[in-house]
Design a protein around this ligand. Structure first.
Ligand code: SF4
Ligand code: SF4
Length: 153
């Protein structure tokens, strides 16, 4: 059975973050920049990778829960780093270490997620949308992104 350090090393190895050259391409295509008014380097893929590489406790960082797990950053990464795999691994670690405060279960996919503080902004933008679109606010970021993609297909 691996200990915490071994598990962290495995997550880092599987996501390839030690290959990151900090070019920023992943952050340039990350959909969180459009989804969240409070988007910042702290929640960006590059920012999360940097935290993991510098030994910050990413598993305890609430910024970990904004990601949609879309993998767009990996598709453009010249170093085959997977921001999605890093996030997934760290989320599983966080859940194993105790559910972060304020977690909900997504009624669509059943995965746990942390509701993020964008509701006033999002509600404002959705004022003219049909009720089923407003229901997306109850979904996790990944299911919300899927709904948005379907609507705009
Ligand atoms: S695109 Fe790849 S190499 Fe560039 S910052 Fe993102 S993870 Fe690092
Ligand atoms: S997997 Fe997460 S961090 Fe990576 S591009 Fe998608 S939303 Fe951004």
């Amino acid at each position: 059975m691996e200990n915490r350090e071994e598990r962290l090393r495995r997550i880092e190895k599987e996501s390839g973050i030690d290959r990151c050259v900090e070019c920023g391409r992943c952050t340039a295509v990350c959909p969180m920049a459009e989804m969240y008014l409070n988007f910042s380097i702290a929640m960006s893929p590059r920012g999360m990778i940097k935290k993991a590489l510098t030994g910050e406790r990413l598993a305890a960082d609430r910024n970990l829960w904004y990601c949609t797990e879309c993998n767009a950053g990996s598709d453009v990464c010249p170093q085959q780093v997977s921001c999605r795999d890093l996030v997934r691994g760290m989320r599983r670690l966080a859940l194993d270490e105790g559910k972060p405060e304020g977690m909900s279960l997504c009624p669509c996919c059943g995965e746990p997620f942390l509701a993020v503080p964008v509701e006033d902004f999002v509600l404002g933008r959705l004022r003219e949308e049909p009720p089923n679109v407003k229901e997306w606010l109850k979904l996790c970021p990944a299911c919300r992104r899927e709904g948005y993609l379907r609507k705009n297909a």
